[in-house]
Ligand binder design. Structure first.
Ligand SMILES: NC(=O)c1ccc[n+]([C@@H]2O[C@H](COP(=O)([O-])OP(=O)(O)OC[C@H]3O[C@@H](n4cnc5c(N)ncnc54)[C@H](OP(=O)(O)O)[C@@H]3O)[C@@H](O)[C@H]2O)c1
Length: 253
């Protein structure tokens, strides 16, 4: 079997795994943050865990670019820049900026995220910097790139802004949860997840690639069920939780 065929088969299997995860997470919420369980096994400091599990995506993508055969290609450089921008934020800013009492994260979550991030970075980097047909510079002016990049940057902004609102809810050393207001919290309980999903759908469109679709699908599989768990949790905890607010998509669900 040649490399391209094997690659397509592997990505298809990876998408099937995302579908299973999507279904599973509706029945069992990933046990970290507010859904953490006491009997969830060994844990490490949450801030350390986040850096470790997200930085793998940053460094692996950079490594694949530097060792690939698209170095100096301007379209490849733009894709690399978009990816690194997201993961520089998630690995090196999101975690140190996290507010409140230092908490813990189960090692099993860190391990699962390392696998998820490692495989997604590998598939996207391997495709974009080794296997794909060369993207000409005109790609950057085409409808797929322009609309995809618009979604990507809009999603990135929504994600960062929503994370920023959550940070403002706590002072140092606190572990309290409060009702978030402002930005897209006016309409949904988890705009940070909505932003992240939008971002990776934008990436899939901008790169027009199967690994891009797989990553967007995995992000949806992780975050859509979790947004329903968060939404239920808010409604059970706060009597005055805004009734009109949906879980993930304004006015719909
Ligand atoms: N691509 C993917 O598949 C994927 C998967 C997972 C996460 N992510 C991204 O990673 C980021 C973090 O994810 P997450 O699941 O940890 O998000 P989250 O549950 O919304 O929590 C984000 C941060 O805000 C705090 N927080 C949340 N709600 C709060 C409230 N009502 N009052 C006070 N503090 C509150 C949390 O504290 P606690 O930790 O104490 O709850 C945590 O520090 C998100 O931007 C998400 O999009 C992406």
């Amino acid at each position: 079997m040649n490399t391209n065929r094997f690659f397509v088969l592997f990505v298809s299997a990876w998408c099937a795994a995302a579908l299973c995860t999507f279904v599973l997470l509706f029945f069992k919420t990933a046990p970290y943050g507010r859904h953490m369980k006491r009997d969830g096994g060994p844990t490490i400091k949450s801030r350390t865990g986040w850096v470790v599990m997200e930085a793998v995506s940053f460094f692996l993508m950079l490594y694949l670019y530097l060792t690939g055969n698209r170095r100096g290609d301007r379209t490849a450089l733009v894709f690399l820049g978009m990816w690194l921008m997201h993961y520089a934020y998630r690995s090196f800013l999101f975690s140190p900026l996290k507010r409140g009492k230092e908490d813990r994260i189960p090692l099993v979550i860190v391990a699962a995220s390392l696998l998820f991030n490692g495989v997604n970075a590998y598939l996207n980097g391997r495709y974009l910097f080794y296997l794909s047909p060369v993207y000409p510079i005109q790609w950057l002016a085409g409808i797929r790139f322009v609309s995809g990049a618009a979604l990507f940057f809009a999603g990135f902004f929504i994600n960062m802004h929503s994370d920023h609102i959550l940070r403002g809810l706590r002072s140092a050393g606190e572990k309290t949860y409060r009702i978030p207001y402002g930005g897209l919290y006016r309409w949904v309980s988890c705009p940070n997840y909505l932003g992240e999903i939008t971002e990776w759908i934008g990436w899939a469109v901008a790169t027009w690639s199967l690994p891009g679709v797989a990553f967007a699908f995995w992000t949806l599989a992780n975050l859509a069920p979790r947004s329903f768990s968060h939404h239920r949790w808010y409604r059970e905890l706060f009597d005055d939780y805004p009734q009109e607010r949906k879980a993930l998509v304004p006015f719909l669900f």
